[in-house]
Design a protein around this ligand. Structure first.
Ligand code: GLU
Length: 495
């Protein structure tokens, strides 16, 4: 039985666009299923639709897969025993398979024109024929006669010959359970078009059979194709794999996720700065759960624990807030160095606050900055705003409301003076967060004011805002000269 064979699964995107959230989730499930079962994960490019497939899209999909960290064992770039892994490079294989089916009597050429097909369909409708599919017009043409017509250059397609006594097709779907398709719906469908190209239902099965795919995990928009595909497996004499059709992803309004709901391509999430680990974790939960409760499922746990019996057949709803929450959890779980490197510095560079090349010389400074920013940057794109005041030299941007509350009020001038005087006594060697805090600590009492008022004033003077990362640490990062210069400037704004 297929389940006992080593697991081989594939993700088979059509390069007709970017990799979307739904496709990414399918890829993740296939990858995780392979990893959890010690199996093989294959990437195959289904590019048989020449009008819509492009090489550029293929590259975009490969990049997105790499960013997601879904390494494939066989496929483009890495090769493998079933190469090539691009359908347009496998055209001979489909023609050979069709030829074999023709020889065994499981496929036949059909010469019907579009008009003839339309007329036959209309006639079936008019007589209320329960069978509305292709009327098998060419099924019984004498093979020698058919060959003569082919040799004479008459246009034809190849159709599969579905046994008339086949009966209903029951799919034992690992997610949906048994799904029965009425035998009446099974017509002799086209496997090779007039131009010699294979149809999706044929090429996919020829490849899945040749590649020894044991489990087909894909979106449930393909469930309706499955009975036809089963016909191809049976005609080829190949074992039918286990199917697992996963539910759709919906937007908050209950409609299929689309551009209307916001970003849908993996690229957009990458560019917005989401962490691939967090993104994979979030997508994995759209239809699968570890135990019903756990939200943080790191990649290695997913790769160990993923199973199809925990996949829900109900549609999942894409919730950007939950994605943000999971992303924030991953950010705060990072060590400072990783955070600086993967999140903070790229944002600072992007915001024009520093240049990429500056990082090396400023590593200790950046690590200290990461330590105070990391717990505060809960959402993406917040680093630059949180850090901006540290990059403005002596002339920090002043928030008006903060100035009104923290500097313009009576007494503020004396707080600034006292802070300036005390801090001036600290030399550069002692310009550390701890020493700065210790130096300022006793001042509110000496000035007969509250800690809140005093520190609010100093904070606004140094950071330009009442809200900032810890004051001592911020001033350490600003350096002695800038910190003192900012107090001098603040004095001019005091009431
Ligand atoms: N190329 C198909 C798609 O992108 C794959 C379907 C399948 O997995 O069989 O939808």
């Amino acid at each position: 039985m297929s389940q006992e064979k080593p697991v081989r699964v594939r993700f088979a995107p059509s390069p007709t666009g970017k990799l979307h959230v739904g496709g990414a989730r399918t890829a993740i499930y296939n990858w995780a299923f392979a990893r959890a079962n010690g199996g093989t994960f294959i990437l195959r490019i289904d590019d048989t639709d020449p009008t819509r497939s492009t090489e550029e899209n293929t590259q975009v999909i490969l990049r997105a897969m790499r960013w997601l960290g879904l390494d494939w064992d066989e496929g483009p770039d890495v090769g493998g025993p079933c190469a090539p892994y691009k359908q347009t490079d496998r055209m001979d294989i489909y023609l050979d398979a069709a030829k074999r089916l023709a020889e065994s009597g499981d496929a036949y050429p059909c010469f019907c024109t579009t008009d003839q097909l339309a007329a036959a369909k209309k006639a079936a409708q008019d007589r209320n024929d329960p069978f509305q599919g292709y009327q098998r017009t060419c099924r019984d043409i004498d093979p020698a006669e058919a060959q003569r017509r082919i040799d004479a250059g008459e246009p034809h397609v190849w159709r599969i010959k579905v046994p008339l006594d086949r009966g209903d097709v029951v799919i034992h779907d690992a997610v949906h359970g048994d799904v029965t398709f009425d035998a009446k719906e099974l017509d002799d469908f086209v496997i090779i078009r007039t131009d010699g190209t294979p149809t999706y239902n044929f090429a996919t099965v020829v490849d899945d059979a040749a590649m020894g795919i044991t489990h087909v995990i894909r979106g449930d928009d393909h469930l309706s194709n499955t009975p036809r595909q089963v016909m191809v497996y049976e005609a080829l004499g190949a074992p039918v794999p286990t199917f697992a059709h996963i539910s759709m992803i919906l937007g908050a309004d209950g409609k299929k996720l689309s551009k209307r709901h916001g970003a849908t391509s993996v690229e957009e999430y990458r560019d917005a700065g989401y962490l691939p680990d967090a993104f994979v974790n979030y997508l994995a939960l759209l239809g699968w759960s570890l135990d019903g409760d756990t939200t943080i499922v790191p990649r290695d746990v997913l790769a160990k624990s993923f199973s199809l019996d925990h996949v829900s057949k109900n549609p999942a709803t894409f919730d950007p807030k939950k994605l943000d929450w999971i992303n924030a959890e991953y950010m705060s779980a990072m060590d400072d160095e990783t955070f600086a490197h993967t999140v903070m510095v790229p944002e600072l560079v992007e915001a024009g606050l520093m240049e990429e090349g500056e990082c090396k010389g400023r590593k200790p400074w950046l690590l200290k900055l990461a330590a105070i920013i990391k717990p505060r940057a809960k959402l993406l794109g917040q680093c630059a705003d949180l850090c901006r005041f540290l990059f403005e030299g002596d002339e920090v941007t002043m928030d008006e409301k903060s100035v009104a509350k923290g500097l313009a009020k009576e007494g503020c001038g004396s707080y600034v003076n006292a802070a300036r005087e005390a801090l001036a006594s600290l030399d550069t060697d002692h310009w550390t967060a701890d020493d700065i805090d210790a130096c300022l600590e006793g001042l509110p009492e000496r000035l007969d004011t509250s800690k809140r008022k005093f520190f609010q004033t100093v904070r606004v003077a140094e950071c330009g805002n009442m809200v900032s990362p810890p004051l001592g640490a911020s001033m350490e990062l600003l350096g002695r000269d800038t910190s003192l210069a900012r107090l001098d400037r603040a004095r001019t704004l005091c009431g």
